[in-house]
Design a protein around this ligand. Sequence first.
Ligand code: NAD
Length: 344
Amino acid sequence: KRVGYAIVGLGKLSAEELIPAARTSEHAYVAALVTSEEDKGEAFARAFDLTENDVYTYDEFEKLAERDDVEAVYIVLPNSMHREYVERAAKIGKHVLCEKPLSLNAEDAQAMVDACREADVLLMTAYRCQYTPEHWAARDAVQSGKLGTIRVIDSIHAHVEDDPEAWRLKMALAGGGPLPDIGLYSLNIIRFVLGEEPQWVFADLHQPEGDERFGEVEERVSWTMGFSGGVVAHCLTSYAAQSTSTLRVLGEKGSVLMDPAFDYQGLKLTIEDSEGKFQPSFPAYDQFGNEFDHFAQCIREGKTPWTPGEEGVADHVVMDAIYESARTGKRVELKPVKKKDASR
Ligand code: NAD
């Protein structure tokens, strides 16, 4: 039996990616919609073969408790609303898939993990790039030793955000600028590919004066992360540079290059090792469909998702340190964390 999801928040991502992906999913389907605008909800319902009885307002969220066919909720709201809706979902006993960034900071993110644990529901952070064959192949190449000792990593994730009214540019709603929105991909995937946590960070932040878009949040953050054995990662994220998403890992005997690295489709991976240079190809897949399916299977099998809430907390800990470093001008040391189990 497929797992029914309620989608909470009908913005661009839900409309263009999630709901279509769920329709082709093997283990999941959309059973209900939660939105502030009833008209919009009903239009979505018609387009996706649901009825008006499947549409709820934010105030009616708790009514989902009566829907046995809704086993999970997927939170696709502005970042500042994630905590409230994850906690409300936990209270009514629904499993929660929550969009990235998990929250606004590590403290809020940890509270969400705790709430779900207390309510005995699963929480998954929607890190779509950890559900692609390209990122797993990159991770395997790095961790197999084929590239020799890893020395240097670099990653850029940028695009132009040109609507000054966008919630992404409001500190209270977004919790930051490009760092928690798109720079997070570089951070998350570097941790994933290496299978290690950074030991320290050093960051610089740019907030241009006179540009109405960046009155509250930064335009750009560049940061360095240090890992064990002297591995260093240089990252840059911007809301005012041409669309770019890259990841490069240099070992002593080989390298991994992904460009684009974080797009929804068309990821390009090049691996160079002692056997030569090659670009592996994989059967077609949908990143969002893979997430829906993975979480649905975890629910069926009572298993912890590969990217649980704790994975979202781990990134918030590093992002908090990145902002602290940018503010103080000093390198920030991070507490040692237990290494993640490599099985999925
Ligand atoms: P969006 O602006 O397109 O949609 C946001 C939704 O929230 C809309 O339905 C809007 O009506 C609702 N909303 C409720 N209160 C709001 C408020 N005060 N201001 C603005 N909207 C409000 O945003 P989106 O791009 O769909 O992003 C939603 C979440 O999904 C964010 O957390 C974002 O980081 C995440 N996201 C993830 C990916 C990914 O690739 N995984 C891609 C895009 C967005």
